[in-house]
Design a protein around this ligand. Structure first.
Ligand code: KG4
Ligand code: ZN
Length: 349
């Protein structure tokens, strides 16, 4: 057994897990996990308020560590290492999680693993699918990020695409806000879209067909706003048409990235938006056409959780990649630091 305590606190989920890095199935790997969402705290503001998030993590985290260890029937002393998200994310929350992990590591004399939250998402597919081998093409779509990466190995990423404006999850959240669906927005848009006609509202597909596989969603968001303000469309038709337009963009961009990538073993989708069933269905079709399997972790491992952080920690631990106790929390931490910045909307390359 290689037992890792994982901690996640980079946005609005407080999460703790105990992972067995030596487990050969998903069920054997996740020994215990809990996720506490802060939806109720942030709902009155229509989005995540960093200060409120940090305070809520500070309140919830330490008791949750005790509860998850109890769920697992294990003690801190049984752990082989302590892993926590060290960035990127809302810095107050990241600090709460990382400092807690440092204290636990010090108290129990265990190694610390400072995990990149994005690497947690990237490797969640290997947690769920033990046979998934490097290299694979990863669509990482969350509230803060929308990227396509070639995952070559642990810590080895080549970014093929990113968004020049909004992330995909952000576009879902803004559409939800425009339609008055409340917070969190992605799942609410998906639910409403099931009742609507995806062809009812003509909406743009930004960057469709463009040479580089980058994303852009700001124009789509503005078009949703105009469609709503026109007052002639049913909300469910706007939701369905938005979701369809967004998925059309993602499929086109991912197809382009597949053309650009080297040989890969699979197409993988991860991050919160990967919980969306219509997106998963569309990506399954794309992967089949390319002769690749689609690997999509179960929805609960797509949205923020600590199992993916514990798992990324377990992979790093197995590779001997532990971190010193003075490692810093990082608000920004790209997976591919060599990727060139992309030109923003309106700037011609
Ligand atoms: O990975 P995640 O939990 O947190 C970040 O690291 O950002 O992703 C959260 C994002 C939010 O924008 C949320 O609206 C979106 O994922 N999301 C969804 C769905 N579930 C979560 N978007 C579309 N459909 C869903 N079912
Ligand atoms: Zn995330």
């Amino acid at each position: 057994m290689a037992l890792i305590l994982g901690i996640e606190s980079s946005c609005d989920e407080t999460a703790v897990a105990v992972i067995d890095g030596a487990g050969t199935t998903l069920a054997a790997r996740i020994i215990a996990q809990r996720v506490a969402s802060q939806d109720d705290e942030h709902r009155p503001y229509g989005g995540v308020v960093p200060e409120i998030a940090a305070r809520a993590h500070a309140e919830t985290l330490a008791p949750m560590v005790g509860a998850v260890l109890a769920d697992a029937g294990l003690a801190l002393a049984d752990m082989d290492a302590i892993a926590a998200t060290a960035g990127p994310g809302l810095i107050g929350g990241v600090m709460v999680g990382l400092v807690t992990a440092k204290a636990l590591a010090m108290a129990a004399d265990k190694p610390l693993l400072a995990v990149n939250h994005l690497e947690g998402h990237a490797l969640s597919a290997r947690l769920a699918e033990p046979d998934l081998a490097f290299p694979y093409l990863l669509l990482l779509a969350s509230g803060g990020h929308c990227q396509i990466l070639e995952v070559r190995g642990l810590g080895q990423y080549r970014r093929l695409a990113t968004t020049i404006d909004d992330a995909l999850g952000e576009a879902f959240d803004k559409t939800a806000k425009i339609l008055g669906l409340g917070f969190p927005g992605g799942p609410a848009v998906e639910r409403l879209a099931r009742e609507g006609d995806p062809k009812a509202v003509p909406l743009p597909r930004p960057l469709l067909g463009s040479a580089e596989p980058h994303f852009s969603f700001a124009g789509l968001k503005s078009a949703v706003m105009r469609a709503h303000d026109a007052g002639i469309h049913k909300p469910e038709d706007i939701a369905a048409s938005f979701q369809q337009a967004a998925i059309d963009c993602v499929i086109d961009r991912t197809r382009r990235a597949l053309e650009r990538a080297g040989e890969v073993t699979a197409l993988v989708v991860a991050g919160g938006v990967a919980a969306n069933a219509s997106l998963r269905a569309a990506l399954t079709g794309l992967a089949q056409g390319a002769g690749l399997p689609l690997v999509a972790p179960p929805p609960k491992l797509c949205t923020d959780n600590a199992a993916m952080i514990g798992w990324a920690g377990a992979e790093r631990f197995a590779a001997g990649l532990t971190d010193p106790l003075d490692v810093l929390a990082r608000p920004r931490w790209p997976l591919d630091p060599d990727a060139e910045p992309v030109r923003g909307a309106g700037v011609k390359a």
